[in-house]
Design a protein. Sequence first.
Length: 400
Amino acid sequence: MQYDHILIRYGEMALKGKNIKKFIIKLQENIQQKLKEFPAAKVKRTQGRMFVLLNGHEPDPIIEKCKNIFGIQSLSLAVKVENEVEHIKEAALFALKNAENASTFKVSSRRINKNFPLRSQEMNQVLGGHLLSHTEGILVDVHNPDIEIKVETRLEATYITSSVVSGLGGLPVGTSGKSLLLLSGGIDSPVAGYLAMKRGVQIEAIHFHSPPFTSERAKDKVLDLAKQLTKYGTSVKVHIVPFTKLQQEIFREMPDGYAMTIMRRMMMRISQLVCDKESILSMTTGENLGQVASQTMESMNTINEVTNYPVIRPLVTMDKTEIIAISKKIGTYETSILPYEDCCTIFVPKSPKTKPRRDKANQFETKTDFTQLIEEAVSGIEVMKVTDKKDIESKFEDLL
Ligand code: ATP
Ligand code: MG
């Protein structure tokens, strides 16, 4: 006997009423997609649960993959047996003997198949008795057992599991539409992308790049961050915008105090054009309410004026320490703190306004016609598809 299945629980989705089917099918697709390097592994659905059939693959690497898939609440190794008491007894004993350092246990049975002759309580007793008489020095503890052996009797079979591994929760990526993530090389925006993905959002990314003031390495850093995000979802299309000319013009023509605000407004305008082209319905940023110039309420208000698209700001109320903790957990922190400059660190006004106003920004913007430069930036966009493939060579697939 061996663990030949992984049982997948997807708590929150049970609440989704008639959309449930869509969510479940998406989750199944996402899991199957993430397991493509394990060709024999198959993902199957049954009422309220999902299973990965290992078909000979080692379970641990598959569990590791599943731990990064949004929509999974928890997972357990499982043995599948026929709905026969003798088989179930044998499997429960296998699970107990496989548990490390367990000196107490509890059996928790669920009878989903109401035609099965033993009720849950009877099953607990039968299995408990069997386990006690086939082991030595192991006791029952119903309140605080070292191991809980779970037995689910379903229509098609009975599944026996023991330890439970936590998943990420959230919703399957792709069930909440797409958002365009404004991805800088900093700590915040990758975390914002991750949190949007957690709610089922599929992301594309846009990055404003100002060569030669910002280097190729700075661009690669952003692509690396996008790649790290693919671990939690699908491949990510990255739109790289040549921003140098527009940025130079802004810093030459606009009053020093407003240059940063107007630069951000241009980012929003260009992002919205990309959204229109790609049929994306929202943007996501790493903005946060802090006290630096670009992060005040006034600043957010003035920047936001140029778009009526929803702007998702998952970090808006978080403390920096919380954001850093997430970025470490998801594996983007080490890349984010690499020193390569980005376009916002190169063009820094001497005294940016911390309380910019909409009317002032509009007034300054009328003094220069940016239309041509915006068009040029948009038509110069380079699109890359960042995949989760392991080999570095095929990491960035140029779409143009
Ligand atoms: P981050 O850590 O994400 O860089 P930040 O704390 O540096 O954020 P800002 O520089 O004010 O904050 O940027 C706010 C948000 O604007 C970023 O989180 C990101 O979403 C977006 N942004 C800034 N610079 C760029 C860029 N060069 N390309 C794309 N988006 C950008
Ligand atoms: Mg930044």
